[in-house]
Design a protein around this ligand. Structure first.
Ligand SMILES: Nc1ncnc2c1ncn2[C@@H]1O[C@H](COP(=O)(O)OP(=O)(O)O)[C@@H](O)[C@H]1O
Ligand SMILES: [Mg+2]
Length: 287
């Protein structure tokens, strides 16, 4: 029986679905909770091959934890879904934008600043409303819609008080005039597998399912498919959720997620996404 390792620091609906899908596909899934182990990074790393497996699906919720584990496993010559560079890029919104624009994927207008003075200048250039986001983060956390200069000052001052180096990298984006939804396209390898709309809940402008956003089916048009594949390739490819918004000037990609939550996509489309992820991991084994 083939064995695939699932590294997970939290068993969510998605991880449970992967466990079932592995068993449906005749694969033994070996679960490793990184909270309970340590890894040697001196000497011979090849022993890691015994404790893990040739293919590892790394689904750590913690970006930095996941990244460090992938770095170590790849040095031990294991194949990780997703690879280190893909996770590194997708976990950081500036790095993602840079990869996307190099591949000519349309993105919202975005400015980056490094101090309060710089960010206020950036906001004057951008105009209001504008969106401020942490460069590393998910579930819409600490993302704010800034309506005017006074609220900008208040938000930036509070952020300065949180002594966190990453929160001092200010990511400012135009507020995209979109319908009250965004679009998530799941890409697995070279296939765009499914798409869903995510509608914002009544009390929030953000559409994250973690904030109560509702997933509805979305037709995977040729345009969406091409854009999602182009975006996925731009960041290095793998199992990726390409999130985009319908702007007056066409579809813009605002994020590519490397640790994909696919519950909403499954319920909206009925597609066996966990099964497809397991089958992709098995195909990787043969390469
Ligand atoms: N520039 C924007 N204009 C309008 N809405 C946005 C913009 N950026 C993000 N949003 C909304 O906020 C949500 C979270 O933003 P996102 O960039 O995906 O960050 P996160 O990594 O926290 O999910 C998006 O799904 C979207 O609904
Ligand atoms: Mg998002």
């Amino acid at each position: 029986m083939k064995t695939i390792c699932l590294v997970s620091d939290r068993i969510r609906w998605d991880e449970k679905a992967l466990i079932h899908a592995a068993s449906d596909n005749g694969v033994k899934l070996k679960l490793i909770d990184p909270k309970t182990v340590f890894l040697s990074v001196s000497g011979d790393l090849s022993r890691l091959k015994d404790s893990f497996s040739e293919i590892v699906i790394n689904r750590c919720v913690s970006y930095f934890r996941g990244l460090h584990i992938t770095a170590i496993l790849e040095k031990a010559e294991l194949k990780v879904i997703n690879p280190f560079y893909v996770s590194l890029i997708c976990g950081n919104k500036v790095f993602t934008n840079l990869a996307l624009i190099s591949a000519k994927v349309p993105v919202p207008k975005t400015l980056v600043a490094f101090t309060k003075e710089g960010v206020l200048k950036a906001l004057d250039e951008m105009g209001f409303p504008a969106v401020i986001k942490p460069v590393v983060g998910s579930w819409g956390r600490l993302i704010a819609l800034i309506k005017d200069r006074d609220s900008a000052q208040a938000i930036i001052e509070s952020r300065e008080q949180i002594h966190n180096a990453l929160l001092q990298i200010y990511y400012i984006q135009e507020y995209v005039e979109r319908p009250p939804r965004d679009i998530r396209v799941l890409v697995i390898g070279d296939e765009a597998v499914a798409a869903s709309y995510r509608y914002s809940p009544k009390d929030d402008w953000r559409t994250n399912v973690a904030r109560g956003g509702i997933s509805k089916p979305c037709r995977l048009t040729d345009e969406l498919e091409d854009l999602a594949l182009q975006a996925a390739e731009a960041v290095g490819g793998g199992v990726l959720a390409v999130d985009c918004m319908e702007s007056p000037r066409g579809i813009l990609v605002h994020e590519v997620n490397s640790t994909v939550e696919f519950r909403g996509l499954c319920s909206a489309t009925g597609i066996d996404i966990p099964g497809k992820i397991i089958q992709y991991a098995v195909r990787m084994m043969k390469r």
